[in-house]
Design a protein around this ligand. Structure first.
Ligand SMILES: [Zn+2]
Length: 186
């Protein structure tokens, strides 16, 4: 794995002041957003890119709200968000839009992915190991409801911090499928 690391830079946001640093893995440019110096034990959120949720504030998913929750949490308690550029659970933006079109016709999130020839979730978290090693982090408090992330980082997790989001009328089905079929701890 060939990875380039940018210089750290200051980033003021609506939620407070952070430091950012980018990790470039081939064409994928990931971002670490942190409050205070990374330390043991680190409060950590691993957030996968969701353009529609994070930037357009879509109500179809809970990504934007999870990101806001995480930024506010880090502002208050310190910690890091690793923002991974794996849009649409790893299928990319173009395919995600096609999946949304199938959802408009009544398919659920998993059925739509399957119809397009993808797994329900195509994301991977290998780069996370590299990033944690780079900062010398061996123990984390993970902000997540996702069992795959919990399994992947199992050995390093001291505590799980749940992210609690209030459903809206557009994402109720999305959230219930996450819970019932993908094992999310909601
Ligand atoms: Zn989303």
């Amino acid at each position: 794995m060939q990875i380039q690391i940018s210089n750290p830079a200051y980033l003021p946001t609506k939620w407070g002041d952070f430091t950012i640093q980018s990790f470039k893995e081939n064409e994928k440019e990931h971002l670490c957003v942190f409050k205070n110096k990374p330390k043991n034990t680190l409060n950590l959120r691993i957030h996968s890119e969701c353009l529609t949720g994070d930037a357009l504030r879509s109500l179809k998913c809970d990504c934007g709200e999870q990101l806001d929750f995480s930024l506010q949490y880090m502002q208050k308690y310190g910690g890091m968000i690793i923002y991974l550029r794996q849009e649409g659970r790893g299928i990319g933006l173009f395919n995600k839009v096609n999946a949304y079109a199938l959802q408009d016709k009544g398919l659920d999130t998993i059925e739509a992915n399957h119809q397009l020839g993808f797994k329900a979730d195509e994301r991977s978290y290998e780069i996370v190991e590299f990033i944690l090693k780079h900062y010398g982090i061996t123990q984390i408090n993970l902000l997540s409801n996702n069992p795959e992330k919990l399994n992947f980082l199992n050995e390093k997790i001291v505590l799980r911090i749940p992210i609690i989001i209030t459903p809206n009328r557009f994402n109720t089905q999305y959230l219930s499928i996450k819970q019932s079929q993908m094992g999310h701890l909601l």
